[in-house]
Every structure is written in structure tokens, then in C-alpha cells.
Ligand binder design. Structure first.
Ligand SMILES: Nc1ncnc2c1ncn2[C@@H]1O[C@H](COP(=O)(O)OP(=O)(O)OP(=O)(O)O)[C@@H](O)[C@H]1O
Length: 466
């Protein structure tokens, strides 16, 4: 069955509710392309999930009569594929009326996985030579590299107001022939800022009903929220393996998320042998999750789920009678850490790429091996400044290399690096002048040379110790 969020995906910009300013900016942006305005650029539509960014992009293309070439997160966005698909699309004009192809790159803030290696650079190349309009969408604007951001127009999609959500839900109910009181719709919209999740909740609650009341909503929403807690309690109570495994089919979470829930809560409920055995099943399960990632083969999810659910039930079977105490399950702390360190990890990857480029190695080597080495080398201020100048590192990147409490030192290093770069530029200019015969006398040269050594420039090699 088609999900309602797909069924009711807006086809025209006027059907995209809310975000009037963003829609207006989008139309102006499209006009710049139509008029071949010299200031036309690709654009980034950014804002939280489910507020209509992708829908607006498609609706725009539909209204303009533009063909759409779309790459989304599930595509293997290797640089090679990007080159083939987006490269072709961005250099040759479409055939339909309007004459453009609109290239939509969904989740452009998610370009850092292995599959996307090199993708960021490729996108930059494509947007620089674009002959067709390109729209990137992103939840996190700062998840897109600065280089790309600088080359794009930015259009923000804001959270959708509760009243707007309610009005849209009302329209859907009407079209589905469902009688629904306003209070129930308000309850669904409560605390939400996007339409996708509101529509999904409405559909789940309305299934098999021709009328929805506030009670249906309250119980419906509670059931959905509790499903992960229910599953955990079925596992930890050691219920029938087959039943629990089947119950997991209805869970609105991936095995990748479920393993974190089990991992977080298993030690809260069990200890010693049962815990050790349970953890060993989780580690086996995790290997299959790794295979899913590496090979992009989702069939392994089944084995992973089997091991984390049935394996854990098996592992704790002897301990259940001892461990019947009530435990309040907690969401995985891993999720919290991930969201807290997201920006830092991204910066780390960008730094790895920069170092890799400068040292002709790869990103992983740069990040895992060379950053720790640089941390040691950076104890020496002069060398730190020389490398910073050579690699063109920013203050944030130097701070990252220095680690905790390195902020102040990073500032000094970057300042010194700037003066080294300045000095080098002067030296180059002097060289040119010398070549052109401007500095002719030997005393001029001696003066220039002694000035340089006074400033201490150009004496040490970058990685020289001691
Ligand atoms: N502003 C809107 N007007 C009408 N429907 C919307 C709007 N926003 C979201 N929807 C509904 O939610 C669904 C998902 O929206 P869409 O894919 O456009 O969101 P998005 O902002 O691109 O999210 P993501 O960042 O996850 O890609 C649409 O198919 C539509 O049913």
C-alpha cells in the first residue's frame, strides 16, 4: 500500500504548505536560470527532515517542465557514479520544454561514508561547471563542506507550524473519507515540526477506521512509542524466541538501532556470565551489520537480528530467575554522543582529506595515522607553524590536531603560519624581481638573505625532529 506521505506528496509548489519565503526564493532562483542570469548558482535547500524540501524541488521541476535527475542517499554515490550521472546531466541540456534538467542531490550532508569517498570533491567540480540547475538538500547545512556552501545559494526551510500541520491532516482525512475531530488532529500534531511524521502517525492510527477520536490517537501514539521498550522487555524476559523474533518485524527501527538499544540495556538488567554471553552474541551480530555496510547487502540484517534477539535470549536463559528486578530502559547513549560529536567528526574527516592531499596518502591514513603524529610534531611551535602554512590549515583544524585545550595555542600557530606565508610570498616576489634584474648588486642579495634568516624562515624541513 502506498504510504500517505507519498500519496499526498505535493505536485505543485502551491501544494507545498508553509515556508512561503523559501518557496518565493526558490521561484526567483529558478527564474535566474531561465533568464541565464550571470549570477545563477546551484542552491542548497536546508532544514529539518520532512518539511518539504524534496517535494518543493520536484514540484518546481514539474511546474517549469524540467526533467529531473535525482541522486538520493540510497544511491552508491561514489565519485565515479556522480561523475557519470550528474556530470552528464549538468553539461547537456534537457530535451523537454523549458530546456533544463533539474539535478536533485538529496541528503548532500551525508557524503562522508566510504561509498561517498571523493563524492564531495566531485560535487564541487560539477557545480562549478553546471549548465543545468542543481538543488542540493540537507538537514544540516554545516554537514556540507564550506567549499560547496560558498558556491551555492542557500534557501532555508523552517519547521512547519502546528496549525498548518493540522490543516493539512484535515485535508488528507477529507480525501480519505475519514471523520476526525479537530482535537485528535491537534494531538497528532503536538510537538511535531514536520509533515512527514504527522502524516505517518495519522495513517498508522487511521488504519481500518472511518472515524478517529482523541482516544484512538492517545493509545495509537503510545503503542508506537512503546514498541522498542516492549521488544526489549520480551527479549530480557526470555519469551519464546520465535514469537519475539516475529514481533521484531513490526518494529519501527533498523537492526542497527536495535543493537544499540540492547547493548545499552543488557548491562542494566544482567551481570556476570549472562551479560558476557549476551555481549558475545551482540558482537557476532555486529559483524553481520558490518557486512551490510561494506557490501550494501541488506540480507545480512536478518542474521544480525537473529543473533541479537535469539542469541541474547539464549545467553540469558539461565539468569532470568535471578534478574527479575524492574529496570527502566534507557535510549542508547551512543545516539546522544553521535549527535554531540557530529560536527567534530565531520571536521576530522575534512582534516584527514586535507592532510591526505598534502602528503599524497589517503583520508583514513591521514586521519588515523598522521593526525596523531602531527600532534607530537606540533609541540614545536616553529614546526607547527611551518606545517600549518604548508598545508593551509585553519584554526579549527589546528585545534583539532592539538586536542583538548589547544585553542589558544592554535590561534598563535595560525598567526605565525600566516606570517610565514606572507614571507614566502615576499620571497617569491623578490625572486621574480631578482630574475627580472631589479636586485642586481651582491649587497642587495646579502641583505635580502640575512633578512630572511633573521626571520628564521625556510631553514627546517617540515617533519625534521630535534
Ligand atoms: N510543506 C509540505 N507541504 C505538503 N506536504 C509536505 C510538506 N512537507 C512534507 N510533506 C509531506 O511529507 C513527505 C516528505 O516530505 P519531503 O520528502 O519533501 O521532506 P524533506 O524536507 O525533503 O525531508 P528529508 O530531509 O527527510 O528528505 C511528502 O511526501 C509530503 O507528503
Amino acid at each position: 500500500m502506498l504510504s500517505w506521505s507519498e500519496k499526498y506528496r505535493p505536485r505543485r509548489l502551491s501544494e507545498v504548505v508553509g515556508n512561503e519565503k523559501a518557496k518565493h526564493e526558490l521561484i526567483e532562483w529558478a527564474e535566474r536560470w531561465i533568464n541565464q542570469d550571470p549570477g545563477r548558482k546551484p542552491a542548497i535547500l536546508y532544514g529539518s527532515a520532512g518539511v518539504g524540501k524534496t517535494s518543493a524541488a520536484h514540484a518546481l521541476a514539474n511546474e517549469m517542465g524540467w526533467e529531473v535527475v535525482e541522486l538520493n542517499a540510497s544511491d552508491q554515490r561514489t565519485a565515479a557514479i556522480l561523475k557519470k550521472v550528474a556530470g552528464v546531466a549538468s553539461s547537456s541540456r534537457g530535451l523537454l520544454k523549458g530546456g533544463f534538467r533539474l539535478i536533485i542531490l538529496d541528503e548532500a550532508d551525508n557524503l562522508h561514508g566510504t561509498a561517498d569517498y571523493g563524492g564531495s570533491r566531485e560535487i564541487l567540480r560539477i557545480i562549478r561547471s553546471a549548465q543545468n540547475p542543481i538543488l542540493l538538500t540537507a538537514n544540516d547545512l554545516y554537514g556540507i563542506s564550506k567549499a560547496i556552501r560558498d558556491e551555492c545559494d542557500l534557501i532555508q526551510f523552517k519547521a512547519i507550524r502546528k496549525s498548518t500541520i493540522v490543516a493539512q491532516l484535515k485535508r488528507i482525512c477529507k480525501s480519505e473519507g475519514i471523520v476526525c475531530d479537530e482535537l485528535a488532529l491537534k494531538e497528532i500534531a503536538e510537538g511535531k515540526h514536520d509533515l512527514r511524521s504527522a502524516i505517518n502517525d495519522l495513517q498508522a492510527i487511521a488504519e481500518g477506521k472511518s472515524r478517529i477520536t482523541i482516544n484512538d490517537v492517545v493509545t495509537g501514539l503510545r503503542d508506537r512509542k512503546e514498541s522498542i521498550f516492549n521488544l526489549l522487555s520480551l527479549i530480557f524476559r526470555g519469551e519464546d524466541m520465535e514469537d519475539v523474533f516475529k514481533a521484531s518485524y513490526n518494529l519501527d527501527e533498523t537492526p542497527e538501532a536495535l543493537i544499540h538499544w540492547i547493548d545499552e540495556n543488557l548491562p542494566r538488567q544482567f551481570s556476570e556470565d549472562a551479560l558476557a554471553r549476551g555481549m558475545s552474541y551482540l558482537s557476532k551480530s555486529d559483524r553481520f551489520l558490518g557486512m551490510v555496510k561494506r557490501r550494501q547487502n541488506y540480507r545480512f540484517w536478518r542474521y544480525a537480528s537473529f543473533l541479537m534477539i535469539c542469541g541474547v535470549i539464549q545467553a540469558i536463559s539461565g539468569a532470568i530467575d535471578h534478574d527479575r528486578r524492574f529496570v527502566r530502559y534507557q535510549p542508547p547513549s551512543y545516539f546522544r554522543k553521535i549527535s554531540q560529536t557530529r560536527g567534530k567528526r565531520r571536521l576530522m574527516i575534512e582534516l584527514g582529506l586535507k592532510i591526505a592531499k598534502a602528503t599524497k596518502t589517503d583520508e583514513e591514513y591521514g586521519r588515523l595515522r598522521l593526525i596523531p603524529l602531527l600532534r607530537e610534531i606540533f609541540r614545536d611551535m616553529d614546526r607547527a607553524a611551518a606545517i600549518t602554512a604548508e598545508f593551509e590549515l585553519t584554526q579549527d583544524e589546528v585545534s583539532l590536531i592539538l586536542g583538548e585545550k589547544g585553542k589558544k595555542r592554535a590561534k598563535e600557530i595560525v598567526k605565525l603560519a600566516a606570517s610565514i606565508r606572507e614571507e614566502r610570498k615576499m620571497e617569491e616576489e623578490e625572486g621574480v624581481m631578482e630574475g627580472a634584474g631589479v636586485i642586481t648588486t651582491s649587497s642587495d642579495r646579502v641583505e635580502a638573505q640575512s633578512e630572511r634568516s633573521e626571520r628564521g624562515g625556510g631553514q627546517k624541513t617540515l617533519f625534521e625532529f630535534g
